[in-house]
Design a protein around this ligand. Structure first.
Ligand SMILES: Cc1ncc(COP(=O)(O)O)c(C=O)c1O
Length: 453
């Protein structure tokens, strides 16, 4: 552990020089931040003050195998000692083994793997491949990309425009050709549907309406997370219909499995819940459990084959894509996920976690909805259950709940009255009880402050 004086000096250096993601240094200083983490083990991390926390969101739902696997560190070191990089036009053994393994794990003919360094890059690559694929086939007018409102596909200059997030005016103009479909979110279904099935069907039909409105020969791809973070899994109809619609109009289906891949939802990949094989699949996060930055765009052979032959090469190079140390890390991480049966644990512990959240909902009027599958769960707080009205922004419910959970030793960030839970897949029932106990206390305290009980 560092001394208190050291911790303060390090924190001051962070405030002076670090431009932290989604934060500003003035507010961070007022709040006594940032917390500085020193070590991790399983679902827990320890900070510079020596306090240990449960990380209920597993980094960014990305530390699938859990913190502190020295085996992964050993695999990195072994590769680093052998070869840290590769000269132009050559490749390395761990990368070859990894792409072979991904081809084995991914369904059907998703066999051709383009390695990159993060989820945003994987989706940028997916969009470029989709557009270029149509051009290779002489279908020159297809460039539009359909995404769903409320989805997130990354922060870089192209993919940031997918999902129709608010607050983007700083970065205008938007990438051309962005079209937006409804999110199949039953709790707030755009069609006021009475059942999840109706919401799924109408949301999928809306994708077809968009394709027809814009003319199929202008649409390159439809992208969606099989199960969006913090939302309920859509009813089966959704992906089955969406897949059929894409096929009918020659639109490529891109599954963004950046969060859902590698066991997060209780299957290796979330599209397995629906029996749907996309044309392109983006993976990141859990591929290395965040031990090192690596991601990939996995492409079906019939799409990838359009890029075979000297004249057809897909022109893109990224310096760090396929780095051998990251590949060795991913291989060891996937070995641990399989060996320790973490996909199965995700399904079992996810069901238990959801049951405990349902129990919380039965006792707390401010909980509007709890949802999710495997260890990708969500909760939404509301001021009125009947109308589903959100709390007034002035009440700062998200900030207060995040603070209350911190006071109880749990890292859990609320935003817009919602929270997504994506803990490491090695979580136990005792860890879940501890998290839910803390949520019970924090929500109870909030409800008392707001005179809701
Ligand atoms: C579904 C999804 N796609 C893409 C991304 C972007 O990944 P990255 O942050 O690694 O660029 C994220 C990140 O949270 C995500 O949740």
């Amino acid at each position: 552990m560092v001394t208190t004086t050291d911790a303060n000096a390090i924190r001051q250096a962070a405030l002076d020089h670090l431009w932290m993601h989604n934060a500003d240094w003035v507010t961070m200083a007022e709040e006594g931040g940032p917390a500085i983490m020193l070590k991790g083990d399983g679902v827990r991390v320890t900070d510079a003050e020596g306090d240990t926390w449960i990380d209920a969101h597993g980094g960014y739902a990305s530390v699938n195998a859990g913190y502190g696997h020295t085996e992964i560190a050993d695999a990195m070191l072994e590769q680093m000692r052998k070869l840290t990089y590769f000269p132009q036009g050559t490749t390395t053994v761990p990368l070859i083994r990894l792409v072979e393994k991904l081809g084995e794990l991914a369904p059907a003919n998703l066999e051709r793997v383009w390695p990159v360094s993060g989820g945003s890059e994987a989706n940028e690559t997916a969009v470029k491949i989709a557009r270029a694929y149509h051009k290779r086939r002489g279908d020159n007018g297809r460039y539009k990309i359909i995404s769903r409102r409320g989805s997130y596909h990354g922060a870089t200059a192209g993919v940031m425009w997918m999902g129709a997030s608010s607050g983007m005016s700083d970065y205008e103009p938007a990438m051309p050709g962005m079209l937006y479909a409804p999110q199949p979110n039953f709790y707030r279904c755009e069609f006021d549907s009475r059942t999840p099935e109706e919401c799924a069907e109408r949301s999928a039909r809306a994708v077809e309406d968009l394709i027809l409105l814009h003319s199929p020969d202008t649409v390159a791809a439809f992208i969606g997370e099989p199960i969006a973070s913090g939302l309920a899994a859509p009813a089966d109809e959704y992906w089955q219909m969406a897949h059929e619609i894409c096929d009918r109009y020659g639109v490529l289906l891109i599954a963004d499995e950046v969060v859902t891949g590698f066991g997060r939802t209780g299957k290796m990949f979330a599209m397995e819940h629906y029996g749907v094989v996309p044309d392109i699949m983006s993976v990141a996060k859990g591929i290395t459990s965040s031990y090192l930055p690596l991601a990939a765009t996995i492409v079906a052979t019939d799409v990838a084959d359009a890029f075979a032959g000297e004249d057809n090469v897909f022109r893109q190079a990224l310096t760090f894509g396929g780095h051998p140390v990251t590949a060795a890390t991913a291989l060891k991480n996937i070995e641990i996920i399989e060996r320790d049966e973490l996909v199965d644990n995700s399904a079992r512990m996810g069901a238990y976690f959801l049951e405990r959240l349902e129990d919380l909902k039965a006792r707390h009027p401010s909980i509007g909805d709890v949802r999710g599958i495997g260890l990708l769960l969500g909760m939404e707080l509301v001021s009125d259950r009947k109308t589903k009205a959100p709390f007034d922004d002035n009440l700062q419910v998200s900030k207060r709940m995040t603070g209350k959970m911190h006071e109880r030793g749990i890292i859990m960030r609320f935003s817009a009255n919602k929270v997504t839970l994506g803990p490491p897949l090695c979580i136990t029932a005792d860890d879940i009880d501890e998290i839910v106990g803390a949520m019970d206390g924090a929500i109870g305290e909030l409800e008392a402050e707001l005179s809701l009980v």
